[in-house]
Design a binder for this molecule. Structure first.
Ligand code: NAD
Length: 298
């Protein structure tokens, strides 16, 4: 059986991200105990963006649930760039802290690139520092911290297809530094043949129709319709888009038209309940890995 049916939920096609995320947290808790480490995560939020506040709270809560030291810094909207850089500098030196995360987006007065590059690479649990990005790009991932959403997506792909992805044709839709590019690098490392589709790609649906694995990370609601999909493909929907329905209510949809693609796909990650829950679990995994590496290097 090529599809790991046991992990797909009752109807055998939805890839259950909530269950996978719980599974990862259980492993983290037992590894933390067996390695005898006390990981520490610092999360920095600048301003009061409601969505960012929810994400940050969820990250801090999950860190506490894992038994990590969890510190949350809520800074005022007007905080200057140098104040944020000073805080990061002190956290870089803080032996209790293994992971530093700055919630994006940042207010206009703060350059996000400068802030991210100021985080010590060994504490960069988002995996956005150039050193970690470069390690992934060159395939030298042993000591790297990898971006959470792509690693979570890869985990789900393996839940559906098994560990060996060699020779599969993977199409990644989107080329952002946060999702699309690192996703493509991870799939390449798994010996997939990788095609990246982006905003300037001609006839994207023709290319996508050749894929065994499709990862959509675009930010356009339901862009990927059934004619983009080869029968039996595994489809991972990273998109999170809030749309207003005809009756005026709002709901979350992905970048994939779920209703159309579902009957054609061998497996599909739903929105919500697919990739979303994986990102935080992978953040906890990175924090634990950083703590274990620190212990082993000391
Ligand atoms: P982004 O805006 O940085 O990048 C979007 C990419 O899509 C760009 O590379 C662009 O070239 C490509 N694109 C734009 N129009 C296109 C088109 N018509 N056809 C093909 N490609 C096109 O976005 P991002 O940060 O990569 O996020 C993408 C989506 O994933 C968003 O909906 C975001 O909310 C979601 N996201 C989810 C998680 C999660 O935890 N589940 C994490 C990060 C991002």
């Amino acid at each position: 059986m090529s599809i790991a049916q046991s992990f797909l939920n009752n109807d055998k096609r939805d890839i259950d991200g909530k269950e996978a995320a719980r599974e990862i947290i259980d492993v983290i808790k037992s590894r933390k105990q067996s390695e005898n480490v006390q990981p520490g995560l610092a999360v920095i939020l600048v301003g009061e963006d409601p969505a960012s506040s929810v994400y940050v709270r969820n990250k801090s809560n999950r860190a506490e649930e894992c038994g990590f030291l969890s510190r949350q810094y809520n800074l005022h909207e007007d905080t200057s760039e140098s104040e944020v850089l000073e805080l990061i500098e002190s956290l870089n030196k803080d032996n209790d802290i293994d992971g530093i995360l700055v919630q994006l987006p940042l207010p206009d007065q703060i350059d996000p690139h400068k802030v991210i590059q100021s985080i010590a690479p060994e504490k960069d649990v988002d995996g956005f520092h150039y050193l970690n990005a470069g390690r992934l790009m060159t395939g030298d991932i042993e000591d790297a911290l990898l971006p959470c959403t792509p690693t979570g997506s890869l985990y789900l792909i393996k839940k559906a297809l098994g560990e060996n992805l060699t020779g599969k044709h993977a199409v990644v839709i989107g080329r952002s530094n946060i999702v699309g590019k690192p996703m493509a690098s991870l799939l390449l490392k798994e010996n997939c043949t990788v095609t990246i589709i982006h905003s300037r790609t001609e006839r994207p649906e023709e290319l996508c129709r050749q894929a065994d694995i499709v990862v959509a990370a675009v930010g356009i609601p339901e862009l990927v319709t059934e004619e983009w999909i080869k029968p039996g493909a595994v489809v991972i929907d990273v998109g999170i888009n809030r749309i207003t329905t005809k009756d005026g209510s709002s709901r979350l949809v992905g970048d994939v038209n779920y209703a159309e693609v579902y009957p054609k796909a061998a497996a599909i990650s739903p929105v919500p309940g697919g990739v979303g829950p994986m990102t935080i679990s992978m953040l906890m995994q990175n924090t634990l890995d950083a703590a274990i590496r620190k212990k082993n290097h000391n």
